[in-house]
Design a protein around this ligand. Structure first.
Ligand code: SME
Length: 310
């Protein structure tokens, strides 16, 4: 059995991600990095102890490896926030990796260097040797299982998860009584850009003359034509399915309109049984979009199909 220690902001929030990994036998919430022995949650949160909220992950090295755990950690936190994570601010919520041996340290240095190489913003993750871990109070352990409703609320209120019910209700209200497609798509792109965090582009490409032509959007100037089958957008049309791309640099033929983009989601839009265009959203973060975003954005597109596109 091996151990990894990651500080990723609120420990409740990052626990379920690691519990779901095959080979992980336990995830414990606790405190790391400071000198105080057996700190309390209240003192850590009040920034009196120098500790960070940290999870201790025990895993069977024949089934899970440190490199994979680290990749998942780096893609589930906001590596550019020096003040904390999402709504939780203060030193105890800042990012840190506590390594236990040279092998872990080497892997951490390698993956952080890779992240820095593609980042347009500064990476803010402390890398420190492991000293001691103190278990948090029992009510913090597996908080998501003990308090599922409060936990879901916490994810939405903290900004870790978008409330698509709200966004989609806003879209419905905006477009249902407006007969002009261009203004509906313009407001739809503004609504996405405003409601989702960590984006650098959101908008539409629409089918004209057998290819995708740039439509209403928010963000930097973008390429105006995309052939069907090319790039993430053209692939979404050719396959007629949503493309959820965790790392655009690994997507064959990705078209880089804005070099800041690192992940992307593209949802096809239909009208009268044919492809009408795509909703395309880009983020400077790796792995920004989840299955939760995919489901919410497919619902968003279905509202446009029903009453936004006239
Ligand atoms: N990246 C897209 C091109 C459009 S921009 O992201 C706005 C693609 O590969 O299709």
């Amino acid at each position: 059995m091996k151990t990894a220690y990651f500080a990723g902001g609120c420990f409740w929030c990052i626990t379920p991600t690691f519990e779901a990994i095959e080979g992980v036998s336990s995830v414990v919430s606790g405190y790391c990095g400071g000198d105080e022995v057996n700190p309390t949650y209240a003192d850590v949160k009040a920034q009196k102890t120098g500790h960070r909220e940290t999870i201790k992950i025990e895993y069977d090295e024949t089934k899970a490896d440190y490199s994979r755990l680290l990749e998942i950690y780096l893609s589930s936190v906001d590596p550019y926030d020096a003040e904390g994570q999402f709504i939780d601010k203060g030193f105890s919520y800042t990012l840190a990796i506590y390594y236990t041996d040279d092998e872990q340290k080497k892997e951490v240095d390698r993956q952080i260097a890779d992240l820095k190489a593609i980042s347009s913003m500064e990476v803010c993750i402390a890398v420190e040797p492991f000293k001691a871990f103190y278990d948090a109070e029992e009510y913090h352990q597996d908080y998501h299982l003990k308090n599922p409703e409060a936990f879901e609320k916490e994810l939405i209120e903290s900004g870790r998860k978008i409330d698509y019910e709200l966004v989609n209700a806003q879209l419905q209200a905006l477009v249902e009584d407006n007969k002009y497609t261009i203004s509906n798509l313009s407001n739809a792109s503004a609504l996405i850009y405003d409601s989702l965090d960590r984006l650098n582009w959101a908008g539409f490409y629409l089918m004209e003359d057998g290819k995708l032509i740039l439509g209403p959007f928010q963000g930097k100037v973008a390429c105006m034509e995309i052939p069907v089958g090319k790039g993430v957008c053209g692939t979404a049309v050719a396959k007629d399915e949503t493309q959820l791309v965790a790392d655009v640099h690994k997507f064959p033929g990705h078209i880089a309109c804005d070099s800041a983009s690192n992940s992307e989601i593209v949802v096809p839009i239909h009208k009268d049984g044919k492809i009408y265009g795509v909703l395309d959203i880009d983020s400077p973060y790796l792995n920004r979009f989840s299955e939760h975003d995919k489901a919410g954005l497919e619902k968003f597109v279905s509202i446009l199909e029903k009453c936004g596109i006239k």
